[in-house]
Design a protein around this ligand. Sequence first.
Ligand SMILES: Cc1ncc(COP(=O)(O)O)c(C=O)c1O
Length: 328
Amino acid sequence: MPDSARAEIVASPVFGRHLTDHMASATWTVRKGWRDRKVGPLEPFTLHPGTAVLHYGQEIFEGLKAYRHADGGVFLFRPEVNARRFAHSARRMALPPLPEEDFLASIEALVRADEQWVPLRRRRRQEPLLTPFMFAADEFTALRVPERAVYSVIAWPAGPLFPSGHNGVTLWISSRYTRSAPGGTGDAKCGGNYAASMAAQIEATEHGCDQVLYLDRTGGEGNLEEAGTMNVFLVTGDGLLVTPALGAILDGVTRDAVLSLAAEFGLTRSVGASRQADDGAARAPSKHPVRSGGGPLRLDAAGGVSARRFSSESKRRGRSNSTTVPQP
Ligand SMILES: Cc1ncc(COP(=O)(O)O)c(C=O)c1O
């Protein structure tokens, strides 16, 4: 794309309207494993009408942003956590888990190729959204564990997701729809979850709201669970930071960072009891509903908060640096 056209888009991006110039990709077959790892110009896929994903929706994706720092370098925020979650989603959908180092290398290569799409620091919150995804690519219309999969990463110049911009969102609590159930796919980032959420989102839009706030109805009480594209926290007057436990919700990178940093902001973490084991097996509904304060203090997340950096200097040397902020 000509520099002037790109500059115009980067200056005022509209969410989802444009893509950057390149894409990363790789393919997997049951016989040869992962291969054909590359970054090249953005181009359409050609799919056979019998391709498995078109019939059974075996697809997963991720979302993370590339940020420009004050020194001109470009950073990613904890991409290794996205890599882990991508592998988790793959296992849940019977897709071949992509090795985490391949995930990270593909993101890094795309960011390097499209670095000019990362705006200057003064245009914060308009950073490109990188969306790695994978789908079952067997040209065989039968429901089975795939023997062929396609992985790709594309990037979008991203303006505000909601019409209200970056000033908060209005939430619609649906009494009709739920997002996940014990043993379901709520903790996987798969396309089907988002397709299934559209009816609830239409309801929210019809009522003038930006997004749906789903309730966990497994205990019959309707505790807060998760919004359509974000995890939920409440801050009480006496300094509790309350959030539902993992299990049936998405293990958000932001959620984990917020929990890790809570103490620095004088907040005490309160994570509700899990209603679903990590391996997806169903458990009894929460005995510590979130609305009552979440029960005993429990932190699901371990480890620090790290940022992965792609500075101009590291670009020249052909490698990236990692920094770690210790967990409070
Ligand atoms: C359903 C849902 N929950 C939570 C999140 C937040 O995840 P993260 O903090 O990793 O962006 C997302 C992000 O897309 C989401 O779709």
